[in-house]
Design a protein around this ligand. Sequence first.
Ligand code: GDP
Ligand code: IMO
Ligand code: MG
Length: 428
Amino acid sequence: MNKVVVGAQWGDEGKAKITDLLAQNADLIIRYQGGCNAGHTVVAHNKTFKFHLIPSGILYGGKTCFIGAGTVILPEYFDEEVQGLIKEGIDVSGLKVSPLASITMPYHTEVDGYSESTATKGKIGTTKKGIGPTYTDKMARIGLKIEDLFDDEALSEKLDIILPLKNKTLKEVYGLKTYTKEEITALCKKYAEIFRPYVCFDWQTILEDAKRANKAVLFEGAQGVMLDIDYGTYPFVTSSNPIGGGAATGSGYGPKMIDEVIGVAKAYVTRVGEGPFVTELTDKTGEKIREIGHEFGVTTGRPRRCGWFDAVTMRYAVLTGGLTSVALTKIDVFDNFEEIKVCTAYKDKRDGKIYKNYPTNVFMHKYLEPIYETHKGWMQDISGIKEYEKLPQNARNYIKRLEKLLEVPISIVSVGPDREQTIFVNPQ
Ligand code: GDP
Ligand code: IMO
Ligand code: MG
């Protein structure tokens, strides 16, 4: 069974925990989009590991962890992450990088930083890791790929095309520093050494062999459906496709290689950065969720905005993300909540119009208010429970209600950050 793990909300849903769990039974783990904007936490053996680019399956050793063509890689960050793992004694011999992955150059991070710091209106609140500018160049066909680092002639030819254009924009549009061909060539030489042990020119054989031998492939998504460039709250999104379909374009395998798409969702909702968020709680309840759930960004340290579970966006995520089941995380955060709310529809304050389906024009979201139903809390610690039947009745009622609203099974319930704190519902 080949599975994709997809964030079903605005990122940070606990994807890495679920990926780590499923990686036990996978042979090949593939990151298919995004870059080091991702911050993925795995708690195992009383240790906390934080990943940005490297598939969390690396912790098992002996598994092939492939960073696919759909990703963007900031070389210095990649290097730092790999060295950190080596220092921890983790075996990184299974780590492979697609020669087709895009490289984030210094000018990409500089432009991202500039755009974010000078924007007054329309600020996205990016992670400033150069994600948008790298994908922009990729789509404009003026990006550099990992394979270019290993072909001096191709690199030289490409730089002759890219650099004059790039420098003109850097100088005239952004007022930023320009680069000489010598500078970039020297940098690329350094980058080549960073990637030399990991670049996988033989990736087609690896993918074909895994397919032929019917090996279990796990696709690890970053970000979440509501941050998807096509289906998210555009323009307050990232610049890639975190949806299930993204696994097919970003990995090198086609859609028929995917059997299941597991959407990871918190029992509530969080978001970092700007953009609409209809169920956001700016009051004491929001603060309580943030405090108990430790809702601070892994990559940027920013406090995450918190709110009630939003079944309207989540149903939209089930559809567009292609979800076949849901892993519900952080339900333990509600252990001390007398009441829990779930948004089942939106109401337009201007004319009372009810939206059961997610309205994609986000500029009218400021006029929307959530329609809630209220559920009784369970008021007990559930973080040590390992079987679904042992969960308090009110917790099961909450889970069953979400399942009914979403029309897909909730197959995993997570009650704490540790690998062990996981309940498989109806395990086969
Ligand atoms: P990701 O980006 O989707 O992988 O998620 P992050 O790692 O950014 O954020 C999720 C945070 O929640 C991490 O600190 C996890 O250790 C933690 N976490 C994951 N699942 C649970 C859970 O079920 N309960 C609690 N309390 N924490 C969890
Ligand atoms: P993981 O994989 C949460 C958000 C940023 C910003 C928007 C665009 O840990 O779930 P970008 O730097 O990608 O151009 O920023 O997307 N964002 C995330 N939010 N989790 C993430 O990753 C995110 N990656 C990007 O905060 O709003
Ligand atoms: Mg995260």
